[in-house]
Design a protein around this ligand. Structure first.
Ligand SMILES: Nc1ncnc2c1ncn2[C@@H]1O[C@H](COP(=O)(O)OP(=O)(O)O)[C@@H](O)[C@H]1O
Ligand SMILES: [Mg+2]
Length: 250
């Protein structure tokens, strides 16, 4: 196992699930075996994002309760080494805790190179369970004051829980608005949040097209967001890749 990564934010709708699926998909394309864990009990949606909703038989609750062998609970999402462990739709009798999540991840340690956990919104129990086992937390925010305030709260929680590494991913960035000073700029956000930047991802309608086709946007060669996710996954693998240049909108 190389890394357990959690994708978190505080606020909903900033792109956690999108980032989880696309970073995981690129890591898989780069030759890794990657397990995505949907950490959102009751509101799972990675299965829909990658079009395997009809293949979900077991979820991580079944693994925790030992109803199924860990290797039989994961769903293959493509031929590339990308797998999903779905979240339970109901929380009955599970009483999930951070330690149970850590034990769950440990069961997959020899089967996968990366585990990428999609954290639920908020900073309650679901957050604590999802982040506890991670050695890297990617905090997703957008150029938006509310997202940054919530990201700041999430970073405070990660620090108090002693999660070893935190990096910032700024999603839905609009270069045209930044140039016209109508949007917070990247340096300003990095300064406010005070953690290292992993990357920026432009707002790109191709992300929405891909979601509707139930495919990762990284399969769309024309997408600017796909380029950004490629760079981010390569940085995670230790490559020195510069930040993408934001194109003018037509
Ligand atoms: N870079 C992007 N450009 C355009 N739309 C995006 C981008 N990232 C995410 N979205 C869209 O924003 C919405 C929320 O994203 P999602 O990943 O579900 O957020 P979260 O998991 O944080 O709630 C979705 O409709 C998604 O397609
Ligand atoms: Mg989500």
């Amino acid at each position: 196992m190389k890394r357990i990564i959690v994708i978190t934010s505080g606020k909903g709708g900033v792109g956690k699930t999108t980032c989880t699926v696309n970073i995981a998909a690129v890591l898989a394309q780069l030759g890794n075996r990657v397990l995505m864990i949907d950490g959102d009990i009751g509101l799972r949606n990675i299965d829909l994002t990658v079009g395997v909703q009809d293949d979900v038989v077991y979820d991580f609750g079944d693994v925790v309760m030992e109803n199924v062998e860990p290797q039989n609970a994961v769903i293959c999402c493509n031929g590339d080494g990308l797998y999903l462990l779905a979240a339970p739709q109901i929380n009955s009798n599970l009483n999930m805790t951070p330690l149970k999540m850590q034990a769950l991840c440990a069961q997959y340690a020899t089967m996968f190179d990366y585990i990428v956990i999609d954290c639920p919104a908020g900073i309650g129990n679901g957050f604590e369970n999802a982040v506890y086992a991670a050695d890297l937390a990617i905090v997703v925010t957008t150029p938006d004051m509310a997202a940054n305030r919530d990201a700041d709260r999430a970073i405070g929680m990660l620090e108090s829980m002693k999660i070893p590494n935190q990096m910032l991913l700024i999603n839905k960035v609009r270069g045209d608005l930044i140039r016209r000073k109508k949007s917070m700029n990247i340096d300003e956000i990095i300064d406010i949040l005070g953690i290292d930047a992993l990357g920026i991802v432009p707002e790109d309608e191709r992300v929405i097209y891909a979601a509707n086709k139930q495919k990762p946007v990284v399969l769309d060669k024309k997408s600017q967001a796909a380029k950004a996710f490629n760079n981010i996954a390569r940085r995670l693998q230790g490559e020195a890749v510069p930040l993408i240049k934001l194109k003018k909108r037509r």
